[in-house]
Design a protein around this ligand. Sequence first.
Ligand SMILES: [Cu+2]
Length: 143
Amino acid sequence: MRRWRSFPLFWLSLPLILGMALANGCDEGGANPVRPVNGFIEMTASAFEFKPDQIAMEVGEQVTLKLTSTDSLHTFIIKELGIEVEIPVGKTATVDLTGTREGTYTFYCSVPGHREKGMEGTLFVTQRPLAPTRSSGGGVYSY
Ligand SMILES: [Cu+2]
């Protein structure tokens, strides 16, 4: 009988526990990079963040990044890839990421002070996963 008395307490605390877990999940939402949908990734720039700030694609994938600013002039820079575009308010700036090589690239806004306040993010370019079907013995690709 005593066991049953403590039972409701458990159920009462359950939403609390779940709620905390969910809140945590939201905080870490940025940890899951956004992937292209139909070849596009849409991103907004505002003072002082990119949304999403983590994006991912595969080598050889055709990806166009669509950038819009919600407040003032921002830029989108990836030094290693020679990408430098301005994002004026009211216009969509596009960046062609097709053919980007495997790697992890940092992008940022070059308007003075913006990067320092957090306007940066990461582009992950990964190899395509190997096809599950293997034609010959070893199971490892040889070139
Ligand atoms: Cu900016």
